[in-house]
Design a binder for this molecule. Structure first.
Ligand SMILES: [Zn+2]
Length: 413
């Protein structure tokens, strides 16, 4: 049996792992999103079967492309992931068009992909001629799965993106299937997350200070997972809470999948008291009063965030509270470092309080090591990180046979 890497090799983005034993099994097929540049695709693959870990674009963004290549098989994922894929893929095609990028697949490819998607619950084993497959809860976002493939007498566990610690929204990963081969993400292999409770407290204090001072707390967040997590954290705020942008649609879907949530009906309850913002008229209205707004986009690069920043600029009592990591060169990073924002081609001094918080949905170093020790593999492949090689070298020192593959590398296992 062979394993190869068509993406996510010494990089974050375009996850695409291929397992080959008579047939080709593809795990994820994502995009690498680059700020201000066209996204990068994984290497071309002609699979016989496709499994999807979760609905973030760096894991699914290139999936409709397979339809274009002529893939006629099914796409296996959890039911929630399939539902979220529709929103994410349609939006991704729309954004590509808006930014003038080549949309490499059509809406029909998206439709065909969804029509060929089959939902699989956690822990159900699917048997195929040459292999079997099952999903475990990866604790990353609602519906996220780690994928177990058994073939040629070996068991391979691909984590997708994982979080071991619980968050407000989802339970962390609790099952660690023992495996011969582990393919593990390593986004935060080199760091430790701050204490979650202390971080939530610091965040809520910043929100309260803003609204009690009569301002608007703008919280730009990724639509899937992060936005819902922010809503859960904001529960109990005595000021109006709004949801805007793609987070609206994602939240409306996720709240109905109670079995994937840590506290089943809680999100749904929160949604009935939060306002879902529809249009610019309503946006103009809500910022007249103190409130908290959770909105896309995560890197503050597009979506309603831009509208709000334009309006809130220089309203000194408002703030931009960024709950996630900001990549180099992103507008969010610029806000944090220079307190400026590019509006109509000009860097404008926003004059707002800007701060960032760590509410990561990825496991940190300790969580990754915990996972590796539990899975206890013969071979570890470190992917989906900026320091894969370093982490693999550290694992070698701990006695594991560890590799940090380059794109296109193939290994016999
Ligand atoms: Zn993810």
């Amino acid at each position: 049996m062979e394993i190869s890497f068509a993406g996510a090799a010494s990089e974050v983005g375009r996850s695409a792992i291929v397992i080959e034993n008579k047939e080709k099994i593809l795990l994820d097929y994502g995009l690498k999103l680059n700020h201000n540049e066209e996204p990068e695709y994984p290497l071309k693959v002609n699979p016989n079967h496709v499994f999807i870990s979760h609905a973030h674009l760096d894991h699914i963004g290139a999936v409709p492309f397979l339809n274009k290549y002529g893939y006629v098989g099914n796409f296996y994922a959890t039911d929630l992931t399939i539902d979220l894929m529709r929103v994410m893929l349609e939006d991704s095609a729309k954004i590509a068009k808006m930014e003038g990028y080549n949309v490499r697949y059509s809406r029909k490819d998206v439709r065909d992909t969804l029509n060929k998607s089959i939902s699989v619950p956690y822990r159900k084993t699917l048997n195929f001629k040459n292999f079997s497959a099952s999903f475990v809860d990866a604790g990353h976002i609602p519906g996220s799965a780690g994928i177990v493939i058994e073939t040629a007498g070996k068991r391979i566990f691909y984590t997708g993106d994982l979080r071991v610690a619980d968050t407000r929204l989802v339970n962390g990963m609790k099952e660690f299937p023992e495996a011969d081969v582990l393919v593990i993400e390593s986004t935060y292999a080199e760091r430790r997350h701050p204490d979650r409770q202390a971080e939530e407290k610091r965040f809520l204090e910043a929100v309260r200070e803003t609204v009690e001072g009569g301002g608007v707390a703008l919280i730009p967040a990724f639509a899937l997972g992060r936005s819902q997590e922010m809503l859960m954290i904001l529960e109990g705020l005595k000021y109006p809470i709004y949801v805007d942008g793609m987070a609206r649609e994602a939240t409306s879907i996720i709240k109905n999948y109670k079995s994937y949530l840590k506290d089943g009906g809680r999100l749904s309850k929160l949604c009935s008291s939060a306002g879902f913002v529809k249009d610019n008229r309503q946006r103009e209205q809500i910022i007249e009063e103190p409130c908290a707004i959770v909105t896309t986009a995560g890197f503050v690069q597009a979506g309603p965030s831009v509208f709000y920043i334009r309006r809130l600029c220089l309203r000194k009592n408002s703030s931009i509270l960024i709950p996630g990591f900001q990549v180099d060169g992103s507008p969010g990073r610029q806000l944090l470092e220079h307190n400026t924002y590019n509006l109509d081609g000009e860097n404008v001094n926003v004059g707002l309080h800007v701060d960032k918080f760590d509410f990561s949905a990825h496991g940190d170093r300790e969580e990754l090591l915990h996972t590796i020790n539990k899975v206890n593999p013969e071979k570890v492949f470190v992917v989906h990180g900026d320091n894969c090689e370093k982490f693999a070298a550290e694992l070698k020192e701990m006695g594991f046979e560890a590799h940090a593959p380059e794109i296109g590398n193939k290994f016999s296992v």
